[in-house]
Design a protein around this ligand. Structure first.
Ligand code: F7E
Length: 330
């Protein structure tokens, strides 16, 4: 693919969304720069991407990176994104997930002044901001009621993004993304935890699965669909905020039915409820209304939950088969 002459910079490039967005932007001909604190916890970054180590709790090298990369678009995906972990490391979470956004916005504002360039900025906001939601489904006008240090940090970051848009005329957008999953999802999030365990149980590598609140209800979509919405937001004539969601809602129980059903297993024989996985404050139910994204961006999700579950099961079954073969070879 020939270059389209545009440069994009992605923070959090080694995570699930960073990897799908990398693939999308490479097919569109972007020159790509990626930031992450260190790579060993994430996926390997595509060799076509120029990688810059950058810790969002420090960010002292951000200005230098912006001067080197000269980005037209910045996609800010980097965060401490695990909700339960945010109760255990709240200060670090708020530093990276909340203040980290301010560090980037301010570095971009100064870069724009130095270079005369207009940078388009995407902020990864989250449905967790709705928390104990006052209405259902949630849209761009639904008030926030965050229920974790992570969600509080995301609310702060969301409003800073709007503030930089209003105060400095920055082209800054927030995508309020509901849960989005894939075979590349981190292993500590509930969907991947379930598909990894179910496939290992199927092959006799594991015998139980310990979970927390399986009555929680979420609006789950496919990460590959959701990164397309991020790109679309930055191609519009005006910056704005958009809810990105599937518009369907399922409980963790229903996701268990779907996944174990794919493998002809009954999850009730293996799942143990363990209070260690409960959160001090839970978000019981979320459901998104992405009408604005459909009407203004022309965006809609393509992958339904049953297909997503199957995609994740097939991928994790392959991993489990390799693990079983390696165990036999020893
Ligand atoms: O939990 C329940 C848990 O950790 C989903 C992040 O990407 O999406 C994600 O946040 C539900 C919760 O995702 C276990 O209590 C039960 O009600 O997969 P999760 P999340 O907390 O909804 C939003 C949009 C983000 O922005 C976040 O960054 O499942 N649950 N048992 C469990 N959850 C986990 N992780 N592990 C369990 O054993």
């Amino acid at each position: 693919m020939n270059s389209n002459g545009r440069v994009a910079l992605i923070t959090g490039i080694s995570g699930q969304d960073g990897s799908y967005l990398t693939e999308l932007l490479l097919t569109k001909g972007y020159v790509l720069h990626g930031l992450a604190p260190y790579l060993r916890y994430g996926l390997p970054v595509d060799p076509r991407v120029t990688f810059h180590p950058c810790d969002l709790s420090d960010a002292s090298n951000l200005s230098e990176i912006l001067d080197q990369a000269q980005p037209d678009e910045v996609y800010h995906l980097g965060a401490q994104s695990h909700v339960k972990l945010s109760f255990e490391i709240p200060i670090h979470t708020v530093d990276v997930t909340g203040l980290g956004v301010l560090r980037i916005l301010e570095a971009i504002r100064q870069f724009q002044n130095r270079s005369g360039k207009q940078v388009r900025f995407y902020q990864a906001s989250s449905s967790e901001m709705f928390g104990q939601a006052v209405e259902s489904p949630q849209n761009e006008r639904t008030p926030f009621h965050p229920r974790s240090p992570y969600a509080c940090a995301k609310v702060y970051a969301h409003w800073q993004t709007i503030n930089y848009r209003e105060a400095y005329g920055m082209f800054a957008c927030s995508g309020i993304l509901f849960n989005h999953e894939s075979p590349r999802r981190g292993e500590a999030f509930v969907t991947r935890k379930i598909t990894l365990a179910a496939t290992r149980i199927k092959l006799g590598l594991q015998h139980e699965l310990r979970l927390g609140n399986i009555d929680a209800r979420r609006d789950w979509g496919f990460a590959g669909d959701y990164v397309e919405a991020m790109w679309l937001m930055l191609q519009q004539p005006e910056p704005d905020d958009y809810v990105i969601a599937s518009g369907g809602q399922h409980s963790v129980r229903e996701f268990l039915d779907e996944v174990f059903g794919c493998l002809d297993l009954d999850w009730k024989k293996y799942v143990v409820i363990d209070p260690a996985f409960y959160r001090p404050a839970e978000v019981e139910t979320l459901l998104g209304d992405a009408t604005k994204a459909r009407e203004k961006l022309g965006w809609k999700p393509r992958v339904a939950l049953a297909d997503l579950a199957r995609m994740m099961v097939e991928s994790d079954l392959e991993l489990a088969r390799r693990e079983a073969a390696a165990a036999r070879a020893v």
